[in-house]
Design a protein. Structure first.
Length: 141
């Protein structure tokens, strides 16, 4: 009897611990990219060239990593919801760097002008037509 009670108690503790861990993971907030150290610092033309040369190798290197990209602003777009997207010129007419910003960073990003040199830190989510950076912030120069 005592052995059965111990097994039931152990199983109950495992269920409680698993449930607590599940709730922790579910309600955990994602890391703030602004506080993380960049894994790479690269130019806009450099990262686009890496993706154009070998997309699989570039994904292995940059995907889901925090990177700082240096380049010149080619365009800034503001959505009807007030979200700001900045495009960096890569020198490739078919590809650019698309940077979407945190809401509280959008005000500073909206003030950028075409041709202006910037450094933007964000999380790389791969290449569609452009190389995409999300959760971006402007780095002070």
């Amino acid at each position: 009897m005592k052995k059965t009670q111990k097994l039931i108690a152990a199983a109950g503790l495992i269920v409680i611990a698993g449930t607590a861990f599940g709730f922790y993971q579910y309600f955990r907030k994602p890391a703030d990219i602004r506080t993380l150290q960049a894994d790479f610092t690269i130019t806009a033309s450099g990262i686009v060239a890496d993706y154009n040369n070998d997309e699989n190798a570039a994904n292995a290197k940059y995907l889901d990593k925090v990177i700082c990209v240096k380049g010149n602003v080619s365009e800034t777009k503001i959505s009807t919801e007030g979200q700001c997207t900045v495009f960096l010129d890569s020198g490739d007419p078919l590809a650019a760097i698309t940077c979407s910003f945190y809401e509280d960073e959008a005000t500073a990003a909206k003030k950028l002008h075409p041709g202006e040199p910037v450094t933007i830190k964000g999380k790389c989510t791969g290449k569609l037509m452009d190389v995409v950076l999300n959760k971006c912030s402007l780095i002070k120069q």
